[in-house]
Design a protein around this ligand. Sequence first.
Ligand code: CP
Ligand code: NVA
Length: 303
Amino acid sequence: MQHLLKLGDLTPTEIEEILNLADQLKYEQKHGIEHHYLKGKTLGMIFQKSSTRTRVSFETGMFHLGGQALFLSSRDLQIGRGEPVEDTARVLSRYLDGIMIRTFEQSEVEALAEYGSIPIINGLTDYCHPCQVLADLMTIREYKGSLAGLKMTFIGDGNNMANSLIVGAVKCGMEMAVACPDNYKPDAEICKWAAENGKFTCCDDIELCVKDADVVVTDVWASMGQEDEKAEREKAFKNFQINEQFMSLAKPDAMVLHCLPAHRGEEITAETFEKHAAEIFDEAENRLHAQKAVLVLTMGDKK
Ligand code: CP
Ligand code: NVA
């Protein structure tokens, strides 16, 4: 695997390979077995947006693998003062062995990969969040044993998370239903692809979407960069919430996932969040293991 720019670039076999290695690395970490697959290597982590999980899990992951990570805030880099990403890519490729970037435009991540000569990993853009969804798929597999044939329902904004969940679920043979308001649908091309390649529904009928779901997922109503739209979004998403009423329509053993941070009383009630806290925090932990697998498969010699 050369880069991780978006899940759409991966084959189902590559996704399975990442999940298998993630499971193995998790098991080995729990049993005190260390693998310095990235000994002496440096990952640069460019952040144009805030982060708790992504920053800490990548940094810790690099340490576990025998390498180091550099936190590069766009506030301090020349990129924040207008140095082109094309130049940043060519310069950083001379120092680093890989770059993880969290930014707004997907095109910026693609440009880093085009102009740089080292692996690029997408740590979230407005378009997608592939690392999070690899951890989500890993968590579902841990709880349910396998992925194919399960039904995933996403309730909320058709945002970066929805886009990656659709692609990840369909590639793994899951049925995918997205319940969102009409004006907040996921990316149109992703929806078209999903309808052609899997069992896919996208509509504003929450009850229909959540019926018999095995996994119910949500995300914030206003993503990073959309702070100004908070009030209008609160109105539009008022009913698009994971709560006990909707969970009663899902399968009795349905799990709930949330990439975090969560806003209790908005996209999920405090009651449902706490009922499913074990799953949600396993999901957060699995960011570390899934990303270690991505780091090894992109930056390591184990390709
Ligand atoms: N889920 C996620 O990406 O969290 P952070 O924004 O804290 O990295
Ligand atoms: N959709 C959210 C995800 C945060 C991890 C955002 O982009 O802010």
